[in-house]
Design a protein around this ligand. Structure first.
Ligand SMILES: [Zn+2]
Length: 300
């Protein structure tokens, strides 16, 4: 090949790569667990980024200017929903001013709509703390919800990009198959927690405890978003002793001093349970999220 031909070839190749890159569907997700599932379904057809880091309180994310820039360029926004993002996503969405990803538009997906919510309380008021009327929003904590999200994301990608629907379908099928195998392992390990009594800091683990018949006897936060009084802490200590609760489930973003104090008085063990990809260093994707939850809960 002559030098000029080689140059021509390289130019064509670079233009090709560039167009192929520009062609990708730009997806923004609010949380990292959603980004991981989406990437598995979309493969290299997508460019996926998530806004919130996995180790912060998902209710209270401080928006950065970069959020607006990313939303402005997005073709698809996938949120958790159930008002989990109500404190931080509406203002950035408004500033991004991208009609294609606004709620109700073709490029907007809320995962909460695809599962059976727990703790629905339509009469909730702010006086009851940071209560969510549509139900508990921490929906990723039940491994059985994950395939429902995968299917919803696959359907959405098929609507946006019909030409590659069979690829999305294939990726989704293989993800759901792999997930079912892992779920069988988690089920058999977590079966030993059936009937175990626990206390949790925030109502972050409702879907997990409901799935595995773990009994929450009390919550360190008296109401969602409200820190405990010393009187409430004394009540928790009493209830742990009376009911022989064994574990205190603590999230990664509230300080664990109260849980440790209660543990010191009662002997109940504090277990830090991750809630998202990146919550702790062991959790790098949606599979290791449940591997790590299982490992920590079973003490293995
Ligand atoms: Zn919450």
């Amino acid at each position: 090949m002559k030098f000029r031909n080689i140059l021509l070839f390289i130019t064509i190749l670079l233009v090709g790569i560039n167009q192929w890159g520009a062609d990708k569907i730009n997806v923004v997700t609010t949380y990292r667990y959603i980004a991981d599932i989406t990437q598995r379904i979309g493969g290299d057809r997508l460019s996926v980024t998530s806004l919130a880091p996995g180790n912060l309180d998902p209710h209270f994310i401080t928006p950065k200017p970069s959020f607006i820039a990313r939303l402005r360029k997005a073709d698809l926004l996938i949120i958790n929903g159930g008002q989990l993002e109500i404190g931080w996503i509406p203002p950035v969405l408004q500033q991004a001013n991208n009609p294609g990803i606004m709620p109700g538009s073709k490029g907007f997906l809320s995962l909460m709509e695809f599962i059976e919510p727990l703790d629905v309380n339509l009469n909730a008021s702010r006086a009851q703390g940071d209560v969510h009327p549509e139900g508990n929003p921490h929906i990723q904590m039940d491994p059985y919800n994950i395939p429902l999200f995968a299917a919803a994301i696959k359907d959405e990608l098929c609507r946006l990009d019909e030409d590659h629907c069979t690829d999305y379908q294939k990726n989704c099928d293989s993800f759901i198959r792999q997930w079912a195998e892992k779920t069988a392992e988690w089920d058999s390990s977590l079966a030993r927690l059936n009937g175990v009594k626990v206390v949790e800091y925030h109502k972050l683990y409702e879907y997990l405890v409901h799935r595995y018949h773990i009994e929450v006897i009390n919550t360190i936060e008296p109401l969602p978003g409200i820190p405990p009084s010393s009187r409430h802490i004394a009540e928790i200590i009493e209830s742990i002793e009376k009911q022989n609760a064994r574990l205190i489930l603590q999230d990664v973003y509230h300080g664990s001093q109260v849980a440790k104090y209660i543990s010191g008085k009662t002997g109940a063990k504090v277990v830090i349970i991750p809630h998202d990809v990146g919550a702790v260093k062991e959790v790098t994707d949606i599979f290791s999220l449940f591997d790590e939850i299982t490992r920590r809960l079973t003490g293995s």
